[in-house]
Design a protein around this ligand. Structure first.
Ligand SMILES: [Zn+2]
Ligand SMILES: [Zn+2]
Length: 343
């Protein structure tokens, strides 16, 4: 074991400060990586706040770096490979979702990358706001060589969270797909839906973001605050990816779905506000979806490699974490912060 240099909230709602700790020694199937970059996710702020279980808490579940060591049974990776780790690092591996690579839906609760309990030794998992990480190779992913490493980090949470529902609802050519909210999640949703061949319609409350959405690849942008523009979308969308984290009146958005259309909300608002009639008229579905297991995460990274897709990021240093959190809370970022963890 060696000392890991990290950054932790020492108590709930505390500032994120330098905090050194020890990673476990390599088990037979473990990969060790030197972390180069770690994305800052909204979840990190919630975890340091009301969601956190145990402090000190080292956040970070959008991790990229290079392999620095492998256990004797590791077959998929060698030292120097560019690799990534996402939101989970273990699961029961025996339940039905686990058996099909959907470990995020593990019936026995997957092990989160940070603030969770290791299934083997019972220690606390600590995240990617740190110099290195150790994980079982099953939960480590190869990063395509053509992708910028820093801009790849957000793909591991924001990316798979948006890619997974687009794949599940089989978005492709001939479909019209709405993406609601053009932020950390939504900007990737637009890029993915476009690359999948759909007609992409961005929905936003901001004229500035409408313009930005077109630059990201949306074919059309609709101001959701304009009731005339919204009325013109009625019964148009096959699928809507809703990335909004706040509760808002969903009926106008649901009305944009055509017969049998689905709106999948991935922003995790506290509750939904809608009329059952809006669903009945058009046999519409309201759905949600988690981040993603190992299969879809691998598929997403390969898709990004093939289509040259990465996140639009602002790179920050660890001493800027507090400022980044403040700006993230105000959605003041284009479109995702990534921590430079080198050195
Ligand atoms: Zn996240
Ligand atoms: Zn399981």
């Amino acid at each position: 074991m060696s000392l890991t240099n990290g950054f932790a909230a020492l108590e709930r709602n505390g500032a994120v400060v330098p905090f050194d700790f020890e990673r476990r020694a390599l088990r037979p199937h473990d990969v060790a990586l030197d972390i180069a970059y770690c994305g800052i996710c909204h979840t990190d702020i919630h975890m340091i706040g009301k969601w956190g279980q145990q402090f000190p808490l080292v956040p970070g579940h959008e991790i990229v770096g290079s392999v620095s060591g492998v256990g004797p049974e590791v077959t998929k990776f060698k030292i120097g490979d560019h690799v990534a780790i996402g939101v989970i690092v273990d699961s029961c591996r025996e339940c039905e979702p686990c058996l099909r690579g959907d470990e995020i839906y593990c019936r026995n609760v997957p092990t989160s990358t940070y603030d969770s309990v290791d299934r083997v030794d019972g220690t606390r998992t600590r995240g990617g706001y740190s110099s290195d990480y150790v994980a079982d190779e099953r939960f480590v992913y190869r990063v395509p060589e053509n992708l910028d490493l820093a801009a790849t980090a957000p793909l591991l949470c924001a990316g798979v969270t948006t890619f997974s529902p687009l794949r599940h609802w089989k978005v492709g050519p001939g479909m019209t797909v709405g993406v609601v909210g053009i932020g950390g999640l939504g900007h990737l949703g637009v890029k993915f839906a476009r690359a999948m061949g759909a007609q992409v319609v961005a929905f936003t409350t901001s004229p500035k973001k409408a313009e930005a959405a077109l630059a990201l690849g949306a074919h059309e942008a609709v101001l959701s605050t304009d009731s005339a523009q919204m009325a013109a979308q009625a019964f148009r969308m096959d699928f809507i990816l809703d990335t909004v984290a706040a509760t808002y009146p969903l009926d106008p958005m649901l009305q944009a779905l055509k017969l049998d259309g689905t709106l999948c909300s991935v922003g995790l608002p506290d509750k939904f506000e809608l009329s059952a009639f809006t669903l009945a008229i058009g046999r519409r579905s309201l759905a949600s979806s988690g981040a993603g297991g190992t299969n879809i995460t691998r598929e997403m990274l390969e898709f990004c490699g093939a289509h040259d897709i990465v996140a639009d990021i602002e790179l920050v240093k660890p001493h800027q974490i507090a400022t980044a959190f403040e700006r993230l809370a105000k959605a003041d970022v284009r479109y995702r912060f990534v921590l430079d963890m080198r050195n």
